[in-house]
Design a protein around this ligand. Structure first.
Ligand code: S0N
Length: 274
């Protein structure tokens, strides 16, 4: 995959490359020798990068991808899978990718999966959870859990079913077949398919289109899409955004100012909308 953009490194990591370009952050798994399978360390680093992207006001969109052009991500690294999770340097087994999944879901900025090559297993789930997925023509999608002795009964099952429908999601998990980019497009699993050499250009263009839009409108829409599916956590996100907007109003500021000034708040001038 050629890159025509002047990506600027944000921080050095061991297992990911984290960079930015004009308001776009790019988190790229850098383990191409393992088709970008993730270890607890990879996930820890992706989480830190995602948190940075959330907190940094100049970042408006995030690309999640993998290095090498042959794989987006092949899921959990089976060679470090131990008794009860994936084992990192501290010898503790973890499934910390579940925390990272929730970060992708709740960051109030669009996350775009840029998929070249394999998006398999837990790697497939990561692209499914992203807001948008753009695939290269060489992309291959699928779940392998029932082959390698694992499954994702969270977003990996229920949200996949929301995306492609119950029958197709069950087929994907029960048969563990692999699907090419066109098949993924046909079932609504990805938004667009482009030649590999155009993948980054197209993904950046899509991000730039979103960066031109109202950030609060995008934020509200993301939480609205989530709220329908995410129960109390989804409502909390949407309601948190409503609070954010309310805090921006003179009406809410009158309440705070009155408290600070030790006086009774005067809300009389604010309209009681129909
Ligand atoms: C992707 C596949 C189909 C590509 O096949 P291909 O092209 O023939 O390449 P290979 O020769 O197989 O691979 C190249 C090298 O990369 C290594 N490798 C590939 N994938 C992995 C991997 N996941 N872990 C470790 N190594 C990997 C190969 O071994 C090879 O290395 P060398 O040359 O040294 O032999 C094919 O590679 C494939 O099928 N890969 C495995 C895909 C898979 O089963 N992934 C795991 C699925 N499960 C999860 O991801 C669980 C996720 C998770 O954490 C979770 C989340 C929620 C709830 C539960 C869990 C849970 O942990 O269970």
């Amino acid at each position: 995959m050629n890159t025509n953009f002047a990506w600027e490194k944000i921080k050095d990591f061991e297992e990911i490359i984290f960079s930015q370009y004009k308001g776009i952050a790019k988190i790229s798994i850098n383990r191409p020798h393992k088709h970008n399978a993730f270890t607890p360390q990879t996930v820890k680093e992706m989480s830190e990068a995602m948190e940075y992207a959330r907190q940094e006001p100049s970042i408006g969109a995030i690309i999640l991808t993998g290095e090498g052009g042959r794989a987006f991500c092949s899921g959990g690294d089976q060679s470090v899978r131990g008794h009860g999770g994936y084992v990192g340097k501290d010898a503790v087994p973890r499934l910390n990718v579940l925390d990272f999944q929730r970060q992708i879901r709740s960051i109030p900025k669009p996350v775009v999966a840029m998929v070249a090559g394999w998006a398999i297993g837990g790697g497939h789930v990561l692209h499914v959870i992203c807001d948008l997925s753009i695939a290269a023509e060489n992309a291959r999608f699928g779940q392998t859990g029932p082959i390698v002795g694992s499954f994702d009964g969270g977003f990996g099952a229920s949200y996949l079913a929301r995306v492609v429908g119950q029958k197709k999601a069950r087929e994907i998990w029960y048969l563990c077949d692999q699907y090419n980019a066109q098949e993924a497009l046909d079932m609504g699993l990805v938004n667009k398919v482009v030649p590999l050499e155009e993948l980054e250009k197209t993904t950046v263009e899509w991000c730039e289109k979103m960066l031109d839009k109202s950030p609060i409108a995008l934020r509200m829409l993301k939480s609205a899409f989530n709220a329908e599916l995410d129960g109390q956590a989804g409502i909390q996100e949407l309601a948190g955004n409503a609070t954010l907007l309310y805090y921006l109003s003179d009406e809410a500021k009158e309440g705070k100012n009155a408290f600070i000034e030790k006086r009774k708040p005067d809300f009389s001038k604010f309209p009681k909308f129909p």
